[in-house]
Ligand binder design. Structure first.
Ligand SMILES: Nc1ncnc2c1ncn2[C@@H]1O[C@H](COP(=O)(O)OP(=O)(O)OP(=O)(O)O)[C@@H](O)[C@H]1O
Ligand SMILES: [Mg+2]
Length: 327
């Protein structure tokens, strides 16, 4: 069953410097039991899309449905069946215990008393904070607060849970616990988990399918393995003697689709990671670097990552894309 559907969904913001197109005609279908990832750099439109799907923001064109309910015309229905977590919001009452906080939220949704009590225990257990349930929230570390936020999003047995960068700023253990819960909830209860992230590792690790979004547009959508397999034998890593390399020049070489350059602060060496149109691009790059007196210590074809998929679509890496936008 399609749980989340968008049809030519668009959103334009009016700003002083003119209209900002945050989403351009997005078409998605996400099924039940699916962990679906929205992966893109800062400003790609992830939060805008999630806010529309959770009825917090109106679209300016197109339409969207959650379990068949129109997010604009049947917003109240949609709110009953979705859960929502945003990493940036601070939810809950500091001077109440974690248990009381979760109880409060369960009652907002009218969850029956017994069911609510059982669910609080079960969620706290799954998220490894059962021993903290009777502590007041102000004593919670960031990681535990976030675990509580996640528990809150599941308290009313939602069919779809939207999470906007849920593990941002979390410690490694908390993030791992949360990811395990998300997969478990999707697979055992057939919930749809819809997660926005710019964490490639997270997207690869837990998502059944990933939509790569940039500038408000979905550029590719598939299982992470399939997205990556299209690039096999096309990603190459070069380690060079100096970081004084004109990346733009390298990227303009015939056969090079895109790439990134990272400098190792200690050795001063650079690691250039390139996505090629085909294997022959490598020899052109080596020739160019040698003509610029750059020594190449290493060049090898490597396993593609989702970041390489992004580079192959946009020509730049996430970090580069983000600093471009700041300009
Ligand atoms: N209220 C607003 N007014 C004007 N522009 C906005 C508003 N909200 C978002 N935008 C713009 O819409 C675009 C998409 O923003 P959005 O927050 O959806 O991106 P994002 O993918 O969530 O980014 P991040 O990774 O930084 O959270 C950006 O260009 C942003 O500046
Ligand atoms: Mg965002």
């Amino acid at each position: 069953m399609d749980r989340v559907v968008t049809e030519n969904l668009g959103r334009v913001f009016e700003s002083k410097s003119g209209p900002v197109i945050a989403l351009k005609s997005v078409n998605l279908r996400v099924r039940d039991g699916e962990v679906f990832g929205l992966l893109g750099p800062n400003g790609a439109g992830k939060t805008t899309l999630i806010r529309i799907l959770t009825t917090l923001l109106l679209p300016t064109s197109g339409s969207a449905y959650v379990e068949g309910y129109d997010v604009v015309k049947e917003a109240k229905k949609v709110r009953e069946i979705v859960g929502f977590v945003s990493s940036s919001e601070k939810v809950g009452f500091d001077f109440a215990t974690a248990r009381l906080n979760l109880w409060f939220f369960s009652q907002l949704y009218g969850v029956p008393r017994r069911v609510a009590m059982e669910r609080i225990e079960a969620l706290a257990e799954a998220l490894h904070f059962k021993d903290q349930l009777d502590r007041r929230l102000y004593t919670f570390t960031t990681g535990y607060r976030q675990r509580l936020n996640i528990a809150r999003a599941f308290i009313h047995d939602p069919h779809v849970v939207f999470l906007d960068e849920p593990t941002n700023g979390m410690d490694v253990m908390s993030a791992k616990t949360v990811r395990e819960l998300l997969v478990h909830e999707a697979k055992t209860k057939l919930r749809t988990i819809f997660i926005a992230t710019h964490n490639m590792f997270e997207a690869e690790e837990i998502c059944d399918r990933v939509a790569i979004i940039d500038n408000g547009e979905i550029l590719a959508l598939d299982a992470p393995e399939r997205l990556k397999s299209r690039l096999s034998d096309r990603v190459v890593l070069l380690e060079t003697s100096t970081a004084r390399i004109d990346l733009e020049e390298v990227l303009s070489v015939r056969g090079v689709r895109g790439g990134t350059l990272k400098v190792d602060g200690e050795s001063g060496r650079a690691r250039i990671r390139l996505v090629l149109n085909d294997e022959t691009g490598l020899s052109h790059v080596i020739r160019l670097l040698e003509s610029r007196n750059v020594k190449i210590f290493l060049h090898e074809f490597i396993e593609p990552t989702l970041e390489d998929v992004f580079v192959s679509l946009v020509g730049r890496g996430f970090a580069e894309r983000e600093s471009e936008d700041e300009k």
